[in-house]
Write a protein that binds this ligand. Sequence first.
Ligand code: 13P
Ligand code: ZN
Length: 272
Amino acid sequence: MGILESSVIKGFVRLCDDGWQQGWHERNGGNLTYRMKKEEVEECKPYFNYDKPWVNMGVKAENLAGEFFMATGTGKYFRNMILDPEANICIVEINEAGDSYRIVWGLKNGGGPTSEFPSHFLNHSVKVKETDGAARVIYHAHPTNIIALTFVLPLTDSAFSKVLWQSMTECPVVFPKGVGVVEWMIPGGAEIALKTSELMKKYDIVVWAHHGLFVMGNDFDSAFGLMHTVEKSAEIYVRMLSTGLPMLQTIPEDKLASVAEAYGGKLAENLL
Ligand code: 13P
Ligand code: ZN
């Protein structure tokens, strides 16, 4: 069996293609990383080579030393992932200091992991700690409606959390902790990575103003599902606004916590 037959690569590619089909990945927009399980690393190891140099990331996380990540390549199109995974994704190994990576598989025509790898990496670091190792996926996309809202809503955690919770009844259940918001910043470096990972200590979802969304998941389904739910709620709100009609009613604010509670969640009521 070749490495491309492994279920972990199939799952990774499926998420990329699902995101493309949703229209969240124009050109090379968006990126995905996955922290591999020990048994997945063992399964893929026969295909690794260790010739590539270590590359310093400009950020450091000691709790990710020695981990292996699958990552989309920088400049690569989600549209193409399904056609040729080995040209568009890579597996990287993290060094013992937790500050550098080296490519051990993939990107057969050259290139490196996503330019947002520092953000993904620090988010993984925060989430591994918070979930005792359960969290594995960080997903960044450019969904239209959530981006549109960053032009018309105040760029605060509470404004976004409240609108998204109130636009679709499932939302307080799916993300009771709410949503963090990063003001517009230059993407692709350590500064935005630090800012995002600070918010990831409180949230599983972070909006990047005028840019997109970061979510975390324990597996591909939960990460994709979270992205999908947030964007769907944003779409409902945008469509409601675009009717130009006055809003006559919405989900009562004082009932949001009870919705979360009905499914065993605890709403971050400080955001209301
Ligand atoms: P990459 O092609 O480097 O992954 O960048 C795409 C992107 O969405 C930047 O935020
Ligand atoms: Zn982006």
